[in-house]
Design a protein around this ligand. Structure first.
Ligand code: FES
Length: 320
């Protein structure tokens, strides 16, 4: 669908916020905390961005976009070419980072621009009058976007700026302190984190040490893909709807093989983090290399992210 760019605002030197509204009389679909949309840019790239405004608001989507220095044309194009009044081809909202609403307390851990999906969660929790708090870490105060938005809730906020502290946050200490102060058990509390890879790894390690099993992350980028040896062999892919059989050799990825054979696959990040390419598996044993599926979902082998994943079995049957 097409959405109209209503406002663009500089939030920091490197971050802009973009407000999108409907391009016609049809209202934009509602969304949930943790949702993202895919934007099909005029340069052909398809990029995913989290919705950061209050999910209770109807009729507008707000995105926060960091100009990534290693951008291949996504955030760079948006920063340099997007203007108010332009129309963007966007997907309906979808969610790989759902907020659960049954816990006594929630801790939201934001790293830099990773604050965006957590802001939508904070709005939702605030609306529910639920107990929550925020840990917001950034390289410096000047680089931390949306500070007023983070501070607007009645929830406590712990700010951490690496340049002031001369180090990244000690997440294990910060989380443990909060759990102890509230006398929470691990089943009373859920945690959500979004931010750069080292911070997410530190967060997962901290939650593991503290035995907090309700800890969820959303990545910007997939961790370095660790293709297993089994993916280095040739396998056959049977495509049920296309009625085709193709070979995937060690020199190519599954996605490359599908495209070489003119199989249309919807993709966005192509790094295994957004969920856009989720495909139903009819039979076979995928080699899951994405960051979207949980361990439980992987073990079922009923869906896979074809942009990064491969196959352990000689035959993979897909609903494509
Ligand atoms: S395109 Fe994003 S997970 Fe495959």
């Amino acid at each position: 669908m097409l959405a109209l760019v209503k406002t663009i605002r500089f939030e920091t030197d490197e971050v802009i916020s973009i407000e999108l509204i409907s391009n016609d009389t049809t209202p934009l679909p509602s969304f949930a905390a943790g949702d993202h949309i895919d934007i099909k840019l005029p340069n052909g790239l398809n990029k995913s961005y989290s919705l950061m405004n209050n999910p209770a608001e109807m009729g507008r989507y707000v995105l926060g976009i960091l100009k990534d220095p290693s951008s291949k044309g996504g955030s760079k194009w948006i920063h340099e070419h997007l203007r108010v009044g332009m129309r963007l081809d966007i997907s309906a909202p979808s969610n790989n980072f759902p907020l659960q609403e049954r816990f006594q307390h929630t801790i939201l851990v934001a790293g830099g621009i990773g604050v965006t999906p957590l802001l939508a969660m904070a709005h939702r929790l605030h609306g529910l009058k639920a107990s929550f708090e925020i840990i917001y870490a950034a390289k410096s105060k000047g680089s931390a976007a949306f500070q007023d938005e983070v501070a607007q809730f009645s929830a406590p906020v712990h700010w951490h700026f690496d340049d002031v502290n001369a180090s990244p946050p000690d997440l294990q200490h910060l989380i443990e302190e909060r759990i102890k102060n509230r006398s929470l058990s691990s089943d009373d509390c859920q945690l959500y984190a979004c931010g750069p890879e080292p911070m997410l790894n530190a967060f997962l390690t901290a939650c593991d040490h503290l035995k907090l099993q309700h800890a969820y992350i959303e990545r910007f980028k997939a961790p370095e893909a660790q293709a297993s040896l089994e993916t280095k062999t040739t396998y056959t892919v049977a495509l049920k709807r296309s009625n085709k059989t193709i070979e995937v050799t060690p020199e190519m990825t599954l996605l490359q093989a599908l495209r070489l054979n003119d199989i249309d696959v919807v993709t966005s990040c192509e790094e295994g983090v957004c969920g856009a390419c989720e495909t139903r598996v009819i039979s076979g044993q995928p080699d899951h290399l994405d960051s979207v599926l949980s361990d439980q979902e992987r073990s079922k082998n009923t869906v896979m992210m074809v942009c990064v994943s491969g196959c352990h079995s000689p035959l993979l049957e897909l609903d494509l």
